[in-house]
Design a binder for this molecule. Structure first.
Ligand code: CMC
Length: 441
Protein backbone atom coordinates (compact mmCIF):
# COMPACT_ATOMS: atom_id res chain seq x y z
CA UNK A 1 0.00 0.00 0.00
CA UNK A 2 1.36 3.48 -0.85
CA UNK A 3 2.37 5.73 2.04
CA UNK A 4 -0.35 8.21 0.97
CA UNK A 5 -3.02 5.50 1.31
CA UNK A 6 -1.56 4.37 4.66
CA UNK A 7 -1.69 7.96 5.99
CA UNK A 8 -5.30 8.33 4.74
CA UNK A 9 -6.33 5.06 6.43
CA UNK A 10 -4.68 6.14 9.70
CA UNK A 11 -6.33 9.57 9.58
CA UNK A 12 -9.74 7.94 8.95
CA UNK A 13 -9.32 5.59 11.89
CA UNK A 14 -8.23 8.51 14.10
CA UNK A 15 -11.21 10.61 13.01
CA UNK A 16 -13.61 7.79 13.99
CA UNK A 17 -12.27 7.69 17.57
CA UNK A 18 -14.33 9.44 20.24
CA UNK A 19 -12.76 12.43 22.00
CA UNK A 20 -13.42 11.03 25.44
CA UNK A 21 -14.66 7.96 27.34
CA UNK A 22 -17.24 8.00 30.07
CA UNK A 23 -16.97 5.73 33.06
CA UNK A 24 -19.83 5.25 35.51
CA UNK A 25 -18.66 4.36 39.01
CA UNK A 26 -21.03 4.10 41.97
CA UNK A 27 -23.67 6.02 40.04
CA UNK A 28 -21.41 8.94 39.14
CA UNK A 29 -20.03 9.61 35.63
CA UNK A 30 -16.43 10.51 34.93
CA UNK A 31 -14.97 11.63 31.63
CA UNK A 32 -11.50 10.54 30.52
CA UNK A 33 -9.62 11.70 27.42
CA UNK A 34 -9.02 9.28 24.55
CA UNK A 35 -5.54 9.17 23.01
CA UNK A 36 -5.26 8.05 19.37
CA UNK A 37 -2.01 6.76 17.87
CA UNK A 38 -0.70 7.34 14.34
CA UNK A 39 -2.25 4.07 13.17
CA UNK A 40 -5.56 4.66 14.91
CA UNK A 41 -4.90 2.62 18.08
CA UNK A 42 -7.06 4.00 20.86
CA UNK A 43 -6.36 4.34 24.59
CA UNK A 44 -8.31 5.80 27.48
CA UNK A 45 -6.01 8.08 29.44
CA UNK A 46 -6.82 7.15 33.02
CA UNK A 47 -3.95 9.08 34.65
CA UNK A 48 -6.48 11.04 36.74
CA UNK A 49 -8.58 7.94 37.62
CA UNK A 50 -7.41 7.38 41.19
CA UNK A 51 -7.39 11.05 42.11
CA UNK A 52 -10.93 11.58 40.80
CA UNK A 53 -12.61 8.26 41.69
CA UNK A 54 -10.46 6.51 44.33
CA UNK A 55 -10.29 3.47 42.01
CA UNK A 56 -7.28 1.97 40.25
CA UNK A 57 -7.28 -0.47 37.31
CA UNK A 58 -6.25 -4.11 37.75
CA UNK A 59 -4.60 -5.69 34.71
CA UNK A 60 -2.34 -8.60 35.57
CA UNK A 61 0.23 -9.18 32.85
CA UNK A 62 -0.57 -5.62 31.68
CA UNK A 63 -2.22 -7.00 28.51
CA UNK A 64 -4.57 -3.98 28.36
CA UNK A 65 -2.24 -1.33 29.67
CA UNK A 66 -0.32 1.15 27.55
CA UNK A 67 2.67 2.16 29.64
CA UNK A 68 3.94 4.95 27.39
CA UNK A 69 3.57 6.76 24.07
CA UNK A 70 6.38 5.80 21.72
CA UNK A 71 7.51 6.69 18.20
CA UNK A 72 9.91 3.77 17.72
CA UNK A 73 8.10 0.59 16.74
CA UNK A 74 4.61 -0.12 15.42
CA UNK A 75 3.15 -3.59 15.74
CA UNK A 76 -0.26 -4.80 14.53
CA UNK A 77 -0.82 -8.19 16.13
CA UNK A 78 -3.98 -8.99 14.13
CA UNK A 79 -2.42 -8.28 10.73
CA UNK A 80 1.08 -9.52 11.63
CA UNK A 81 2.75 -6.20 10.84
CA UNK A 82 5.93 -4.85 12.36
CA UNK A 83 7.60 -1.53 11.49
CA UNK A 84 10.63 0.24 12.86
CA UNK A 85 10.13 4.02 12.71
CA UNK A 86 7.37 3.43 10.16
CA UNK A 87 9.37 1.15 7.82
CA UNK A 88 8.05 -2.43 7.40
CA UNK A 89 10.40 -5.09 8.72
CA UNK A 90 10.19 -6.92 5.35
CA UNK A 91 11.69 -3.90 3.54
CA UNK A 92 14.48 -3.60 6.07
CA UNK A 93 15.17 -7.34 5.87
CA UNK A 94 15.45 -7.09 2.09
CA UNK A 95 17.55 -3.93 1.83
CA UNK A 96 19.17 -2.95 5.12
CA UNK A 97 21.87 -4.12 7.51
CA UNK A 98 21.88 -4.42 11.28
CA UNK A 99 24.10 -1.35 11.67
CA UNK A 100 21.87 0.80 9.46
CA UNK A 101 18.72 -0.50 11.18
CA UNK A 102 20.27 0.14 14.61
CA UNK A 103 20.80 3.77 13.56
CA UNK A 104 17.21 4.00 12.31
CA UNK A 105 15.79 2.57 15.53
CA UNK A 106 18.06 4.77 17.64
CA UNK A 107 17.81 8.10 15.86
CA UNK A 108 14.50 7.88 13.96
CA UNK A 109 15.68 8.20 10.33
CA UNK A 110 17.64 6.09 7.89
CA UNK A 111 21.21 7.46 7.96
CA UNK A 112 22.65 9.38 5.02
CA UNK A 113 25.81 7.64 3.68
CA UNK A 114 28.11 9.94 5.67
CA UNK A 115 26.07 9.48 8.86
CA UNK A 116 26.25 5.71 8.47
CA UNK A 117 30.00 5.91 7.95
CA UNK A 118 30.43 7.94 11.15
CA UNK A 119 28.12 5.64 13.13
CA UNK A 120 29.93 2.50 11.91
CA UNK A 121 33.31 4.05 12.70
CA UNK A 122 32.05 4.93 16.17
CA UNK A 123 30.89 1.35 16.77
CA UNK A 124 34.25 0.09 15.61
CA UNK A 125 36.16 2.51 17.81
CA UNK A 126 34.15 1.40 20.85
CA UNK A 127 34.56 -2.34 20.31
CA UNK A 128 37.53 -2.93 22.59
CA UNK A 129 36.61 -3.51 26.23
CA UNK A 130 38.68 -2.20 29.13
CA UNK A 131 41.56 -4.65 29.56
CA UNK A 132 40.91 -4.97 33.31
CA UNK A 133 37.53 -6.51 32.52
CA UNK A 134 39.36 -9.71 31.61
CA UNK A 135 39.93 -10.31 35.35
CA UNK A 136 36.22 -10.11 35.82
CA UNK A 137 35.65 -13.00 33.45
CA UNK A 138 38.35 -15.01 35.17
CA UNK A 139 36.45 -14.79 38.48
CA UNK A 140 33.37 -16.43 36.96
CA UNK A 141 33.02 -20.22 36.71
CA UNK A 142 33.78 -21.60 33.26
CA UNK A 143 30.53 -23.57 33.16
CA UNK A 144 28.38 -20.49 33.86
CA UNK A 145 25.53 -19.87 31.41
CA UNK A 146 26.62 -17.08 29.01
CA UNK A 147 23.48 -15.10 29.94
CA UNK A 148 24.56 -15.15 33.60
CA UNK A 149 27.95 -13.82 32.53
CA UNK A 150 26.41 -11.22 30.23
CA UNK A 151 24.12 -9.65 32.87
CA UNK A 152 27.08 -9.45 35.27
CA UNK A 153 29.60 -7.96 32.89
CA UNK A 154 27.16 -5.49 31.32
CA UNK A 155 26.23 -4.17 34.79
CA UNK A 156 29.95 -3.97 35.61
CA UNK A 157 30.51 -1.61 32.65
CA UNK A 158 29.05 1.06 34.97
CA UNK A 159 32.20 0.68 37.08
CA UNK A 160 34.54 0.93 34.10
CA UNK A 161 32.68 3.73 32.29
CA UNK A 162 31.05 5.87 34.98
CA UNK A 163 28.29 8.18 33.75
CA UNK A 164 26.97 11.29 35.41
CA UNK A 165 23.30 11.93 36.19
CA UNK A 166 23.17 14.78 33.68
CA UNK A 167 23.83 13.37 30.23
CA UNK A 168 24.32 15.59 27.19
CA UNK A 169 23.76 14.35 23.62
CA UNK A 170 27.45 13.43 23.24
CA UNK A 171 27.33 11.33 26.41
CA UNK A 172 24.24 9.54 25.12
CA UNK A 173 25.87 8.88 21.75
CA UNK A 174 28.96 7.50 23.49
CA UNK A 175 26.85 5.18 25.68
CA UNK A 176 24.87 4.00 22.63
CA UNK A 177 28.05 3.18 20.67
CA UNK A 178 29.67 1.54 23.69
CA UNK A 179 26.75 -0.74 24.46
CA UNK A 180 25.82 -1.73 20.89
CA UNK A 181 29.45 -2.49 20.13
CA UNK A 182 30.74 -3.88 23.41
CA UNK A 183 27.92 -6.32 24.12
CA UNK A 184 29.20 -8.19 21.06
CA UNK A 185 32.79 -8.21 22.36
CA UNK A 186 31.60 -9.26 25.83
CA UNK A 187 29.48 -12.05 24.35
CA UNK A 188 32.42 -13.42 22.35
CA UNK A 189 34.74 -13.12 25.39
CA UNK A 190 32.34 -15.07 27.60
CA UNK A 191 32.12 -17.81 24.97
CA UNK A 192 35.91 -18.03 24.63
CA UNK A 193 36.34 -18.13 28.41
CA UNK A 194 33.68 -20.83 28.71
CA UNK A 195 35.53 -23.12 26.28
CA UNK A 196 38.96 -22.30 27.71
CA UNK A 197 40.30 -20.57 24.59
CA UNK A 198 42.17 -17.26 24.48
CA UNK A 199 40.05 -14.20 23.86
CA UNK A 200 40.18 -12.85 20.29
CA UNK A 201 40.36 -9.06 20.12
CA UNK A 202 38.06 -7.13 17.77
CA UNK A 203 39.59 -5.92 14.55
CA UNK A 204 38.86 -2.42 13.22
CA UNK A 205 39.01 -3.55 9.61
CA UNK A 206 35.99 -5.81 9.97
CA UNK A 207 32.34 -4.86 9.81
CA UNK A 208 29.93 -5.40 12.71
CA UNK A 209 28.82 -9.00 12.15
CA UNK A 210 32.12 -10.16 10.59
CA UNK A 211 33.93 -8.83 13.63
CA UNK A 212 31.62 -10.70 15.98
CA UNK A 213 31.95 -14.00 14.09
CA UNK A 214 35.70 -13.53 13.98
CA UNK A 215 35.91 -12.95 17.77
CA UNK A 216 33.66 -15.96 18.34
CA UNK A 217 35.24 -18.51 16.06
CA UNK A 218 38.84 -17.54 15.18
CA UNK A 219 41.63 -18.97 17.32
CA UNK A 220 45.44 -18.82 17.33
CA UNK A 221 45.55 -22.35 15.91
CA UNK A 222 42.54 -22.29 13.63
CA UNK A 223 41.73 -19.95 10.78
CA UNK A 224 38.11 -18.93 10.57
CA UNK A 225 36.85 -18.52 7.03
CA UNK A 226 34.11 -15.92 7.07
CA UNK A 227 31.22 -17.15 4.96
CA UNK A 228 29.09 -14.38 3.36
CA UNK A 229 25.94 -16.52 3.67
CA UNK A 230 26.47 -16.91 7.42
CA UNK A 231 27.33 -13.22 7.80
CA UNK A 232 24.07 -12.31 6.04
CA UNK A 233 22.06 -14.77 8.16
CA UNK A 234 23.38 -13.35 11.45
CA UNK A 235 22.96 -9.78 10.23
CA UNK A 236 19.32 -10.55 9.40
CA UNK A 237 18.78 -12.28 12.74
CA UNK A 238 20.09 -9.22 14.63
CA UNK A 239 18.06 -6.81 12.48
CA UNK A 240 14.81 -8.69 13.10
CA UNK A 241 15.41 -8.51 16.86
CA UNK A 242 16.32 -4.80 16.99
CA UNK A 243 13.14 -3.67 18.74
CA UNK A 244 9.69 -4.97 19.58
CA UNK A 245 7.94 -2.18 21.49
CA UNK A 246 6.90 -2.83 25.12
CA UNK A 247 7.90 -6.49 25.56
CA UNK A 248 9.03 -7.83 28.94
CA UNK A 249 12.72 -6.85 28.72
CA UNK A 250 12.04 -3.44 27.16
CA UNK A 251 9.41 -2.68 29.78
CA UNK A 252 12.03 -3.69 32.37
CA UNK A 253 14.55 -1.29 30.81
CA UNK A 254 12.00 1.53 30.93
CA UNK A 255 11.01 0.67 34.48
CA UNK A 256 14.57 0.47 35.82
CA UNK A 257 15.55 3.55 33.80
CA UNK A 258 12.65 5.56 35.21
CA UNK A 259 14.44 5.70 38.58
CA UNK A 260 17.38 7.38 36.74
CA UNK A 261 19.60 4.36 37.49
CA UNK A 262 22.91 3.99 35.68
CA UNK A 263 22.24 3.00 32.05
CA UNK A 264 24.54 -0.04 32.13
CA UNK A 265 22.67 -1.39 35.16
CA UNK A 266 19.38 -0.59 33.43
CA UNK A 267 20.33 -2.59 30.32
CA UNK A 268 21.61 -5.42 32.49
CA UNK A 269 18.12 -5.58 34.07
CA UNK A 270 16.69 -5.89 30.55
CA UNK A 271 19.09 -8.74 29.75
CA UNK A 272 17.98 -10.56 32.91
CA UNK A 273 14.32 -10.25 31.90
CA UNK A 274 15.15 -11.48 28.40
CA UNK A 275 16.73 -14.66 29.70
CA UNK A 276 13.42 -16.33 30.67
CA UNK A 277 12.04 -19.18 28.53
CA UNK A 278 8.79 -17.32 27.88
CA UNK A 279 10.75 -14.42 26.35
CA UNK A 280 14.22 -14.48 24.71
CA UNK A 281 15.17 -17.79 26.33
CA UNK A 282 12.60 -19.44 24.06
CA UNK A 283 15.11 -19.66 21.18
CA UNK A 284 17.28 -22.03 23.24
CA UNK A 285 14.18 -23.89 24.48
CA UNK A 286 12.94 -24.46 20.89
CA UNK A 287 16.13 -26.16 19.74
CA UNK A 288 16.27 -28.26 22.89
CA UNK A 289 12.67 -29.33 22.22
CA UNK A 290 13.37 -30.17 18.54
CA UNK A 291 16.45 -32.16 19.53
CA UNK A 292 14.49 -34.02 22.22
CA UNK A 293 11.88 -35.01 19.64
CA UNK A 294 14.60 -36.11 17.23
CA UNK A 295 16.46 -38.15 19.86
CA UNK A 296 13.30 -39.80 21.24
CA UNK A 297 12.18 -41.10 17.85
CA UNK A 298 8.60 -40.23 18.81
CA UNK A 299 6.45 -39.00 15.91
CA UNK A 300 5.79 -35.28 15.75
CA UNK A 301 2.03 -35.86 15.86
CA UNK A 302 2.40 -37.99 19.03
CA UNK A 303 4.58 -35.29 20.59
CA UNK A 304 1.90 -32.64 19.98
CA UNK A 305 -0.79 -34.87 21.52
CA UNK A 306 1.36 -35.51 24.60
CA UNK A 307 2.12 -31.82 24.95
CA UNK A 308 -1.57 -30.94 24.88
CA UNK A 309 -2.45 -33.71 27.34
CA UNK A 310 0.22 -32.52 29.81
CA UNK A 311 -0.72 -28.86 29.27
CA UNK A 312 2.87 -28.12 28.27
CA UNK A 313 3.84 -25.28 25.94
CA UNK A 314 5.00 -25.68 22.38
CA UNK A 315 8.09 -23.50 22.54
CA UNK A 316 8.37 -20.88 19.80
CA UNK A 317 4.57 -20.74 19.46
CA UNK A 318 2.15 -18.09 20.68
CA UNK A 319 2.60 -14.43 21.41
CA UNK A 320 0.98 -11.87 23.67
CA UNK A 321 0.38 -9.46 20.79
CA UNK A 322 0.51 -11.43 17.52
CA UNK A 323 -2.67 -13.39 16.96
CA UNK A 324 -1.40 -14.50 13.57
CA UNK A 325 1.99 -15.53 12.12
CA UNK A 326 4.81 -13.40 13.57
CA UNK A 327 6.22 -11.51 10.54
CA UNK A 328 9.77 -12.07 11.83
CA UNK A 329 9.20 -15.84 11.90
CA UNK A 330 8.03 -15.74 8.26
CA UNK A 331 11.28 -14.08 7.16
CA UNK A 332 13.43 -16.41 9.25
CA UNK A 333 11.66 -19.54 7.97
CA UNK A 334 12.35 -18.45 4.41
CA UNK A 335 15.96 -17.79 5.30
CA UNK A 336 16.29 -21.21 6.95
CA UNK A 337 15.30 -22.77 3.62
CA UNK A 338 18.02 -20.81 1.80
CA UNK A 339 20.69 -21.42 4.41
CA UNK A 340 20.07 -25.14 4.73
CA UNK A 341 20.24 -25.57 0.95
CA UNK A 342 23.96 -24.77 1.14
CA UNK A 343 26.28 -27.77 0.72
CA UNK A 344 27.35 -29.16 4.07
CA UNK A 345 24.37 -27.64 5.87
CA UNK A 346 21.67 -29.96 7.02
CA UNK A 347 19.37 -29.76 9.94
CA UNK A 348 17.05 -32.70 10.56
CA UNK A 349 15.58 -30.45 13.26
CA UNK A 350 14.36 -28.12 10.50
CA UNK A 351 12.21 -30.89 9.02
CA UNK A 352 10.81 -31.57 12.48
CA UNK A 353 10.08 -27.85 12.92
CA UNK A 354 8.25 -27.72 9.57
CA UNK A 355 6.19 -30.76 10.48
CA UNK A 356 5.40 -29.38 13.93
CA UNK A 357 4.24 -26.14 12.34
CA UNK A 358 2.02 -27.97 9.83
CA UNK A 359 0.40 -30.09 12.52
CA UNK A 360 -0.09 -27.21 14.96
CA UNK A 361 -1.59 -24.95 12.30
CA UNK A 362 -4.28 -27.56 11.57
CA UNK A 363 -4.96 -28.42 15.20
CA UNK A 364 -8.08 -27.01 16.88
CA UNK A 365 -6.18 -26.41 20.15
CA UNK A 366 -3.69 -24.04 18.50
CA UNK A 367 -6.20 -22.53 16.04
CA UNK A 368 -8.75 -21.64 18.70
CA UNK A 369 -6.08 -19.93 20.79
CA UNK A 370 -4.46 -18.12 17.83
CA UNK A 371 -1.12 -19.80 18.46
CA UNK A 372 1.28 -19.36 15.54
CA UNK A 373 5.07 -19.59 15.21
CA UNK A 374 6.89 -16.65 16.77
CA UNK A 375 10.37 -15.28 16.05
CA UNK A 376 12.03 -17.92 18.22
CA UNK A 377 10.63 -20.91 16.33
CA UNK A 378 13.08 -20.72 13.42
CA UNK A 379 15.83 -18.42 14.71
CA UNK A 380 17.68 -21.12 16.63
CA UNK A 381 17.99 -23.25 13.49
CA UNK A 382 19.80 -20.39 11.78
CA UNK A 383 22.11 -19.86 14.74
CA UNK A 384 22.82 -23.59 14.93
CA UNK A 385 23.63 -23.71 11.22
CA UNK A 386 25.99 -20.76 11.74
CA UNK A 387 27.87 -22.76 14.37
CA UNK A 388 26.64 -21.11 17.58
CA UNK A 389 26.32 -23.30 20.67
CA UNK A 390 22.77 -23.50 21.97
CA UNK A 391 23.48 -21.64 25.22
CA UNK A 392 24.62 -18.59 23.19
CA UNK A 393 21.27 -18.19 21.40
CA UNK A 394 19.68 -15.82 23.91
CA UNK A 395 22.93 -13.84 24.05
CA UNK A 396 22.52 -13.20 20.31
CA UNK A 397 18.96 -12.03 20.94
CA UNK A 398 20.40 -9.55 23.48
CA UNK A 399 22.98 -8.25 20.96
CA UNK A 400 20.18 -7.70 18.44
CA UNK A 401 17.82 -6.04 20.97
CA UNK A 402 20.39 -3.56 22.26
CA UNK A 403 19.44 -0.70 19.83
CA UNK A 404 15.79 -1.09 20.88
CA UNK A 405 16.53 -1.01 24.61
CA UNK A 406 18.70 2.07 24.17
CA UNK A 407 16.22 3.86 21.91
CA UNK A 408 13.43 3.21 24.42
CA UNK A 409 15.65 4.32 27.32
CA UNK A 410 16.54 7.53 25.45
CA UNK A 411 12.95 8.21 24.41
CA UNK A 412 11.85 7.80 28.03
CA UNK A 413 14.53 10.20 29.31
CA UNK A 414 13.36 12.90 26.91
CA UNK A 415 9.62 12.37 27.32
CA UNK A 416 7.55 15.23 28.75
CA UNK A 417 5.98 12.91 31.31
CA UNK A 418 9.17 11.29 32.55
CA UNK A 419 7.75 9.76 35.72
CA UNK A 420 9.18 7.00 37.88
CA UNK A 421 7.27 3.77 37.12
CA UNK A 422 5.46 2.78 40.28
CA UNK A 423 2.35 0.62 39.78
CA UNK A 424 -0.25 0.13 42.50
CA UNK A 425 -1.71 -3.13 43.81
CA UNK A 426 -4.83 -4.50 45.42
CA UNK A 427 -3.82 -5.80 48.83
CA UNK A 428 -5.29 -9.25 49.62
CA UNK A 429 -3.30 -10.05 52.77
CA UNK A 430 -4.56 -10.23 56.37
CA UNK A 431 -6.43 -7.20 57.70
CA UNK A 432 -4.92 -5.13 60.53
CA UNK A 433 -3.69 -7.32 63.40
CA UNK A 434 -1.22 -6.74 66.21
CA UNK A 435 2.18 -8.03 67.13
CA UNK A 436 2.15 -11.02 69.48
CA UNK A 437 5.18 -11.42 71.80
CA UNK A 438 7.26 -14.57 71.19
CA UNK A 439 6.18 -16.53 74.30
CA UNK A 440 2.47 -15.81 73.67
CA UNK A 441 2.41 -17.28 70.10
N1 CMC B 1 1.86 -23.87 23.59
C1 CMC B 1 0.68 -24.37 24.05
N2 CMC B 1 -0.30 -23.61 24.58
C2 CMC B 1 -0.07 -22.29 24.66
C3 CMC B 1 1.14 -21.71 24.21
C4 CMC B 1 2.11 -22.56 23.65
N3 CMC B 1 3.27 -22.08 23.21
N4 CMC B 1 1.09 -20.37 24.42
C5 CMC B 1 -0.10 -20.13 24.99
N5 CMC B 1 -0.79 -21.29 25.13
C6 CMC B 1 -2.16 -21.44 25.64
C7 CMC B 1 -2.22 -21.25 27.15
O1 CMC B 1 -2.03 -22.47 27.82
C8 CMC B 1 -3.62 -20.70 27.32
O2 CMC B 1 -4.52 -21.76 27.19
P1 CMC B 1 -5.90 -21.78 28.07
O3 CMC B 1 -6.67 -20.59 27.56
O4 CMC B 1 -6.51 -23.09 27.78
O5 CMC B 1 -5.47 -21.61 29.50
C9 CMC B 1 -3.79 -19.80 26.09
O6 CMC B 1 -2.94 -20.38 25.09
C10 CMC B 1 -3.40 -18.34 26.33
O7 CMC B 1 -2.08 -18.34 26.86
P2 CMC B 1 -1.48 -17.17 27.75
O8 CMC B 1 -0.40 -17.73 28.62
O9 CMC B 1 -2.59 -16.43 28.43
O10 CMC B 1 -0.87 -16.24 26.64
P3 CMC B 1 0.14 -15.06 26.89
O11 CMC B 1 -0.17 -14.01 25.92
O12 CMC B 1 0.15 -14.68 28.33
O13 CMC B 1 1.56 -15.74 26.62
C11 CMC B 1 3.57 -16.40 25.58
C12 CMC B 1 2.36 -15.45 25.53
C13 CMC B 1 4.54 -16.03 24.48
C14 CMC B 1 4.28 -16.27 26.94
C15 CMC B 1 3.07 -17.86 25.38
O14 CMC B 1 2.43 -17.98 24.13
C16 CMC B 1 4.19 -18.89 25.52
O15 CMC B 1 4.47 -19.31 26.63
N6 CMC B 1 4.81 -19.34 24.37
C17 CMC B 1 5.92 -20.25 24.43
C18 CMC B 1 7.20 -19.51 24.80
C19 CMC B 1 7.70 -18.68 23.63
O16 CMC B 1 7.78 -19.14 22.50
N7 CMC B 1 8.08 -17.43 23.93
C20 CMC B 1 8.63 -16.51 22.93
C21 CMC B 1 7.74 -15.33 22.69
S1 CMC B 1 8.18 -14.40 21.21
C22 CMC B 1 9.74 -13.73 21.52
C23 CMC B 1 9.72 -12.66 22.54
O17 CMC B 1 9.44 -11.51 22.19
O18 CMC B 1 9.99 -12.96 23.70
Amino acid sequence: MSSKKVRKRSAERGARAPKGATMRIEGKEYEFPVVVGTEGEKAIDISSLRASTGYITLDEGLSNTGSCESAITFLDGQRGELRYRGIPIEELAAHSTFTETAYLVMYGELPKPRELEIFSARLNASSLIHEDMRHFFMGLPGHAHPMAILTTVVASLSAFYPVSDELCKDDEDRIVANLISQIRTLAACSYKMSIGEPVVYPSYKRKFVENFLYMMFASPVRDYQLDPVIIRAIDLFLMLHADHEQNCSTATVRMAGSSHANVYAVVSAGISALWGRLHGGANQAVIEMLERIQASGISVAAYVERLKANKERLMGFGHRVYKTYDPRAKILREHCHNLLKKPGMSAPAFDIALELEQIALRDEYFLSRNLYPNVDFYSGLILKAAGFPVNMFTVLFAIGRMPGWLAQWREMRHADKNKIVRPRQIYKGPPLRHFVPKDAR
